[in-house]
Design a protein around this ligand. Structure first.
Ligand code: ADP
Ligand code: MG
Length: 291
Protein backbone atom coordinates (compact mmCIF):
# COMPACT_ATOMS: atom_id res chain seq x y z
CA UNK A 1 0.00 0.00 0.00
CA UNK A 2 1.14 3.55 -0.57
CA UNK A 3 1.90 5.73 2.48
CA UNK A 4 -1.24 7.69 1.63
CA UNK A 5 -3.45 4.58 1.59
CA UNK A 6 -2.00 3.51 4.94
CA UNK A 7 -2.67 6.95 6.42
CA UNK A 8 -6.23 6.90 5.12
CA UNK A 9 -6.73 3.35 6.44
CA UNK A 10 -5.40 4.05 9.93
CA UNK A 11 -7.32 7.34 10.06
CA UNK A 12 -10.57 5.64 9.12
CA UNK A 13 -9.90 2.92 11.70
CA UNK A 14 -9.24 5.53 14.42
CA UNK A 15 -12.61 7.12 13.69
CA UNK A 16 -14.18 3.72 14.38
CA UNK A 17 -12.33 3.46 17.71
CA UNK A 18 -9.59 1.17 16.35
CA UNK A 19 -6.07 2.40 17.11
CA UNK A 20 -3.50 0.70 14.86
CA UNK A 21 0.09 0.98 16.13
CA UNK A 22 1.92 1.13 12.81
CA UNK A 23 1.89 0.26 9.11
CA UNK A 24 3.21 -3.22 9.85
CA UNK A 25 0.23 -3.99 12.09
CA UNK A 26 -2.18 -2.82 9.38
CA UNK A 27 -0.40 -4.94 6.78
CA UNK A 28 -0.48 -8.07 8.96
CA UNK A 29 -4.13 -7.46 9.89
CA UNK A 30 -5.28 -7.93 6.29
CA UNK A 31 -3.70 -11.42 6.25
CA UNK A 32 -5.20 -12.70 9.55
CA UNK A 33 -6.51 -16.28 9.21
CA UNK A 34 -7.31 -17.19 12.81
CA UNK A 35 -8.68 -15.05 15.61
CA UNK A 36 -8.31 -16.22 19.19
CA UNK A 37 -10.50 -14.68 21.91
CA UNK A 38 -10.06 -14.59 25.65
CA UNK A 39 -13.42 -15.12 27.37
CA UNK A 40 -13.77 -13.18 30.62
CA UNK A 41 -13.96 -9.45 29.95
CA UNK A 42 -13.41 -9.94 26.23
CA UNK A 43 -16.54 -11.84 25.11
CA UNK A 44 -18.37 -11.58 28.43
CA UNK A 45 -19.17 -8.31 30.15
CA UNK A 46 -16.50 -9.17 32.72
CA UNK A 47 -18.69 -8.08 35.60
CA UNK A 48 -19.58 -11.45 37.10
CA UNK A 49 -21.85 -11.71 40.09
CA UNK A 50 -21.52 -14.21 42.89
CA UNK A 51 -24.55 -16.52 42.60
CA UNK A 52 -23.94 -19.26 45.19
CA UNK A 53 -21.59 -20.05 48.07
CA UNK A 54 -21.25 -23.66 49.16
CA UNK A 55 -19.26 -24.42 52.33
CA UNK A 56 -18.11 -27.97 53.03
CA UNK A 57 -18.86 -27.50 56.76
CA UNK A 58 -22.14 -25.65 56.02
CA UNK A 59 -20.92 -22.28 57.39
CA UNK A 60 -21.33 -20.10 54.29
CA UNK A 61 -20.91 -16.83 56.16
CA UNK A 62 -17.51 -17.80 57.59
CA UNK A 63 -16.39 -19.03 54.15
CA UNK A 64 -17.34 -15.68 52.63
CA UNK A 65 -15.40 -13.83 55.36
CA UNK A 66 -12.31 -15.93 54.62
CA UNK A 67 -12.58 -15.55 50.84
CA UNK A 68 -13.19 -11.83 51.18
CA UNK A 69 -10.00 -11.50 53.20
CA UNK A 70 -7.93 -13.42 50.65
CA UNK A 71 -9.41 -11.55 47.65
CA UNK A 72 -9.11 -8.17 49.38
CA UNK A 73 -6.56 -6.62 47.02
CA UNK A 74 -7.21 -8.67 43.89
CA UNK A 75 -8.12 -6.90 40.64
CA UNK A 76 -9.62 -10.07 39.17
CA UNK A 77 -13.29 -9.70 38.11
CA UNK A 78 -14.26 -12.65 40.34
CA UNK A 79 -12.63 -10.94 43.34
CA UNK A 80 -14.67 -7.80 42.61
CA UNK A 81 -17.82 -9.94 42.51
CA UNK A 82 -16.96 -11.39 45.93
CA UNK A 83 -16.48 -7.90 47.41
CA UNK A 84 -19.71 -6.63 45.91
CA UNK A 85 -21.70 -9.59 47.21
CA UNK A 86 -20.19 -9.28 50.69
CA UNK A 87 -20.97 -5.55 50.82
CA UNK A 88 -24.58 -6.32 49.97
CA UNK A 89 -24.74 -8.89 52.78
CA UNK A 90 -22.85 -6.61 55.18
CA UNK A 91 -20.24 -9.31 55.68
CA UNK A 92 -16.84 -8.12 56.97
CA UNK A 93 -13.56 -9.68 55.92
CA UNK A 94 -11.65 -11.86 58.35
CA UNK A 95 -8.13 -10.55 58.91
CA UNK A 96 -5.55 -11.97 56.52
CA UNK A 97 -1.80 -11.79 55.88
CA UNK A 98 0.48 -12.38 52.90
CA UNK A 99 -2.21 -12.16 50.26
CA UNK A 100 -1.32 -12.27 46.60
CA UNK A 101 -2.72 -13.11 43.18
CA UNK A 102 -1.47 -15.79 40.83
CA UNK A 103 -2.49 -14.85 37.28
CA UNK A 104 -4.78 -17.47 35.76
CA UNK A 105 -4.97 -19.48 39.00
CA UNK A 106 -6.46 -17.45 41.85
CA UNK A 107 -5.62 -15.70 45.10
CA UNK A 108 -3.95 -16.91 48.28
CA UNK A 109 -3.66 -15.56 51.81
CA UNK A 110 -3.31 -16.63 55.44
CA UNK A 111 -6.44 -16.41 57.60
CA UNK A 112 -6.32 -17.54 61.27
CA UNK A 113 -3.15 -19.51 60.57
CA UNK A 114 -4.71 -21.30 57.59
CA UNK A 115 -3.17 -20.82 54.13
CA UNK A 116 -6.33 -20.35 52.04
CA UNK A 117 -6.38 -20.64 48.24
CA UNK A 118 -9.28 -19.36 46.10
CA UNK A 119 -9.05 -20.35 42.45
CA UNK A 120 -9.62 -22.83 39.67
CA UNK A 121 -9.67 -26.64 39.65
CA UNK A 122 -6.25 -26.80 37.98
CA UNK A 123 -4.75 -25.00 40.97
CA UNK A 124 -6.54 -27.22 43.51
CA UNK A 125 -5.18 -30.30 41.71
CA UNK A 126 -1.66 -28.84 41.77
CA UNK A 127 -2.01 -28.23 45.53
CA UNK A 128 -3.41 -31.75 46.13
CA UNK A 129 -6.64 -30.32 47.54
CA UNK A 130 -9.32 -32.99 47.00
CA UNK A 131 -12.46 -31.66 45.24
CA UNK A 132 -14.56 -34.86 45.44
CA UNK A 133 -16.79 -33.59 48.27
CA UNK A 134 -18.22 -30.84 46.05
CA UNK A 135 -17.72 -32.36 42.58
CA UNK A 136 -21.44 -33.17 42.19
CA UNK A 137 -22.38 -29.66 43.29
CA UNK A 138 -19.86 -28.23 40.80
CA UNK A 139 -21.16 -30.41 37.94
CA UNK A 140 -24.68 -29.16 38.68
CA UNK A 141 -23.41 -25.60 37.95
CA UNK A 142 -22.41 -26.42 34.36
CA UNK A 143 -21.86 -23.28 32.30
CA UNK A 144 -20.83 -21.10 35.23
CA UNK A 145 -17.43 -19.85 36.34
CA UNK A 146 -16.29 -21.46 39.58
CA UNK A 147 -13.78 -20.62 42.27
CA UNK A 148 -12.77 -23.44 44.58
CA UNK A 149 -11.65 -22.68 48.13
CA UNK A 150 -9.15 -24.88 49.88
CA UNK A 151 -6.38 -24.87 52.45
CA UNK A 152 -2.98 -26.53 52.19
CA UNK A 153 -2.03 -27.13 55.80
CA UNK A 154 -3.06 -29.94 55.50
CA UNK A 155 -4.77 -30.12 52.04
CA UNK A 156 -8.53 -29.82 52.60
CA UNK A 157 -11.44 -28.47 50.60
CA UNK A 158 -13.39 -25.61 52.24
CA UNK A 159 -15.95 -24.64 49.64
CA UNK A 160 -17.01 -23.51 46.22
CA UNK A 161 -18.17 -20.19 44.75
CA UNK A 162 -20.39 -20.01 41.66
CA UNK A 163 -20.42 -16.93 39.41
CA UNK A 164 -22.55 -15.69 36.52
CA UNK A 165 -21.24 -13.39 33.78
CA UNK A 166 -23.35 -12.25 30.82
CA UNK A 167 -22.18 -12.26 27.21
CA UNK A 168 -21.65 -8.84 25.65
CA UNK A 169 -24.40 -7.93 23.19
CA UNK A 170 -23.64 -8.63 19.54
CA UNK A 171 -20.93 -11.26 20.07
CA UNK A 172 -22.74 -13.82 17.90
CA UNK A 173 -22.91 -11.34 14.99
CA UNK A 174 -19.26 -10.36 15.54
CA UNK A 175 -18.20 -14.01 15.20
CA UNK A 176 -20.47 -14.51 12.16
CA UNK A 177 -18.82 -11.46 10.53
CA UNK A 178 -15.38 -13.02 11.08
CA UNK A 179 -16.54 -16.32 9.62
CA UNK A 180 -17.94 -14.49 6.58
CA UNK A 181 -14.40 -13.16 6.02
CA UNK A 182 -13.19 -16.79 5.97
CA UNK A 183 -11.53 -16.51 9.38
CA UNK A 184 -11.39 -19.35 11.92
CA UNK A 185 -12.41 -18.45 15.51
CA UNK A 186 -10.98 -19.87 18.74
CA UNK A 187 -11.93 -19.39 22.41
CA UNK A 188 -8.93 -19.50 24.77
CA UNK A 189 -9.76 -19.30 28.45
CA UNK A 190 -8.59 -20.00 31.96
CA UNK A 191 -12.15 -20.84 32.89
CA UNK A 192 -13.54 -24.39 33.18
CA UNK A 193 -14.52 -26.46 30.12
CA UNK A 194 -18.28 -26.36 30.62
CA UNK A 195 -18.40 -22.58 31.05
CA UNK A 196 -16.22 -22.25 27.92
CA UNK A 197 -18.42 -24.67 25.94
CA UNK A 198 -21.51 -22.69 26.90
CA UNK A 199 -19.99 -19.48 25.51
CA UNK A 200 -18.89 -21.26 22.33
CA UNK A 201 -22.41 -22.61 21.82
CA UNK A 202 -24.00 -19.21 22.32
CA UNK A 203 -21.58 -17.37 20.02
CA UNK A 204 -20.81 -19.92 17.28
CA UNK A 205 -17.05 -19.91 18.00
CA UNK A 206 -15.51 -22.93 16.22
CA UNK A 207 -12.78 -24.15 18.58
CA UNK A 208 -12.47 -24.12 22.39
CA UNK A 209 -9.38 -24.40 24.60
CA UNK A 210 -10.32 -24.22 28.32
CA UNK A 211 -8.45 -24.38 31.66
CA UNK A 212 -5.49 -22.52 30.19
CA UNK A 213 -2.78 -20.74 32.16
CA UNK A 214 -1.10 -17.55 30.86
CA UNK A 215 1.80 -19.78 29.70
CA UNK A 216 -0.32 -22.40 27.94
CA UNK A 217 -2.32 -19.59 26.30
CA UNK A 218 0.94 -18.42 24.71
CA UNK A 219 1.82 -22.00 23.71
CA UNK A 220 -1.62 -22.42 22.13
CA UNK A 221 -1.03 -19.32 20.00
CA UNK A 222 2.32 -20.71 18.86
CA UNK A 223 0.62 -23.99 17.89
CA UNK A 224 -2.12 -22.16 15.99
CA UNK A 225 0.59 -20.22 14.08
CA UNK A 226 2.09 -23.42 12.71
CA UNK A 227 2.06 -23.94 8.93
CA UNK A 228 2.52 -20.18 8.59
CA UNK A 229 -1.00 -19.19 9.61
CA UNK A 230 -1.44 -15.55 10.62
CA UNK A 231 -2.96 -15.58 14.10
CA UNK A 232 -4.56 -12.71 16.02
CA UNK A 233 -5.22 -12.73 19.77
CA UNK A 234 -7.87 -10.57 21.45
CA UNK A 235 -7.60 -10.08 25.21
CA UNK A 236 -8.10 -7.75 28.11
CA UNK A 237 -6.21 -9.00 31.12
CA UNK A 238 -2.78 -9.39 32.68
CA UNK A 239 -3.16 -13.13 32.11
CA UNK A 240 -3.38 -12.51 28.35
CA UNK A 241 -0.11 -10.57 28.04
CA UNK A 242 2.11 -13.58 27.11
CA UNK A 243 -0.41 -14.77 24.46
CA UNK A 244 -0.76 -11.25 23.05
CA UNK A 245 3.04 -11.03 22.77
CA UNK A 246 3.26 -14.29 20.76
CA UNK A 247 0.39 -13.53 18.36
CA UNK A 248 1.12 -12.07 14.89
CA UNK A 249 -1.44 -9.36 15.60
CA UNK A 250 -2.58 -8.51 19.14
CA UNK A 251 -5.83 -6.73 19.93
CA UNK A 252 -6.39 -5.24 23.40
CA UNK A 253 -9.67 -3.95 24.75
CA UNK A 254 -9.35 -0.43 26.17
CA UNK A 255 -11.26 -1.52 29.29
CA UNK A 256 -8.42 -3.92 29.93
CA UNK A 257 -5.34 -3.55 32.04
CA UNK A 258 -2.41 -1.42 30.97
CA UNK A 259 -0.29 -4.54 30.56
CA UNK A 260 -2.54 -5.79 27.77
CA UNK A 261 -2.67 -2.37 26.11
CA UNK A 262 1.11 -1.87 26.10
CA UNK A 263 1.77 -5.13 24.26
CA UNK A 264 -1.02 -4.66 21.72
CA UNK A 265 -0.63 -3.90 18.00
CA UNK A 266 -4.23 -2.75 17.83
CA UNK A 267 -6.14 -1.12 20.70
CA UNK A 268 -9.93 -1.19 20.64
CA UNK A 269 -11.27 1.97 22.27
CA UNK A 270 -14.62 0.30 22.91
CA UNK A 271 -14.56 -3.11 24.58
CA UNK A 272 -16.59 -4.46 21.67
CA UNK A 273 -15.45 -7.69 19.97
CA UNK A 274 -17.23 -6.59 16.77
CA UNK A 275 -14.37 -4.12 16.19
CA UNK A 276 -12.00 -7.03 15.45
CA UNK A 277 -13.76 -8.03 12.22
CA UNK A 278 -14.22 -4.32 11.40
CA UNK A 279 -10.45 -3.78 11.71
CA UNK A 280 -9.66 -6.76 9.49
CA UNK A 281 -12.27 -5.66 6.95
CA UNK A 282 -10.78 -2.19 6.86
CA UNK A 283 -7.19 -3.42 6.48
CA UNK A 284 -8.27 -5.70 3.62
CA UNK A 285 -9.93 -2.81 1.84
CA UNK A 286 -6.82 -0.67 2.33
CA UNK A 287 -4.59 -3.30 0.72
CA UNK A 288 -7.03 -4.37 -1.98
CA UNK A 289 -7.40 -0.81 -3.32
CA UNK A 290 -3.79 -0.33 -4.31
CA UNK A 291 -3.02 -3.72 -5.83
P1 ADP B 1 -10.02 -15.90 31.48
O1 ADP B 1 -8.94 -16.62 30.74
O2 ADP B 1 -11.38 -16.39 31.05
O3 ADP B 1 -9.90 -14.41 31.40
P2 ADP B 1 -8.70 -16.20 34.12
O4 ADP B 1 -7.48 -16.89 33.62
O5 ADP B 1 -8.56 -14.80 34.60
O6 ADP B 1 -9.91 -16.33 33.03
O7 ADP B 1 -9.33 -17.05 35.31
C1 ADP B 1 -9.62 -18.40 35.08
C2 ADP B 1 -10.15 -19.06 36.33
O8 ADP B 1 -9.18 -19.00 37.37
C3 ADP B 1 -11.39 -18.41 36.91
O9 ADP B 1 -12.59 -18.88 36.32
C4 ADP B 1 -11.28 -18.83 38.38
O10 ADP B 1 -11.71 -20.15 38.56
C5 ADP B 1 -9.78 -18.78 38.61
N1 ADP B 1 -9.31 -17.49 39.16
C6 ADP B 1 -8.35 -16.69 38.64
N2 ADP B 1 -8.14 -15.62 39.42
C7 ADP B 1 -9.00 -15.71 40.46
C8 ADP B 1 -9.27 -14.92 41.62
N3 ADP B 1 -8.62 -13.80 41.91
N4 ADP B 1 -10.24 -15.37 42.47
C9 ADP B 1 -10.91 -16.50 42.21
N5 ADP B 1 -10.70 -17.29 41.16
C10 ADP B 1 -9.75 -16.92 40.30
MG1 MG C 1 -9.87 -12.05 30.68
Amino acid sequence: ATPTAIMVGTGLAARHGILIKDANALELAHRIQRVVFDKTGTLTVGKPSLLHIIAVDGDERQLLQQVLAVEHGSLHPLARAVREHAAGQQVQAASAQDMHDLAGLGSVGTVDGLRIHVGNARWMRALNIPMAALQTAADAQAGHSLAWVGTTNPPRLLGLLVFGDALKPGVQQAIAHLHSLGIHSVLLTGDNASSAAQVANQTGISQVLAEQSPETKAEAITALKQDGRIVAMVGDGINDAPALAVADVSFAMSSGTDVAMHTADITLMRADPALVADAIDLSRRTYRKIK
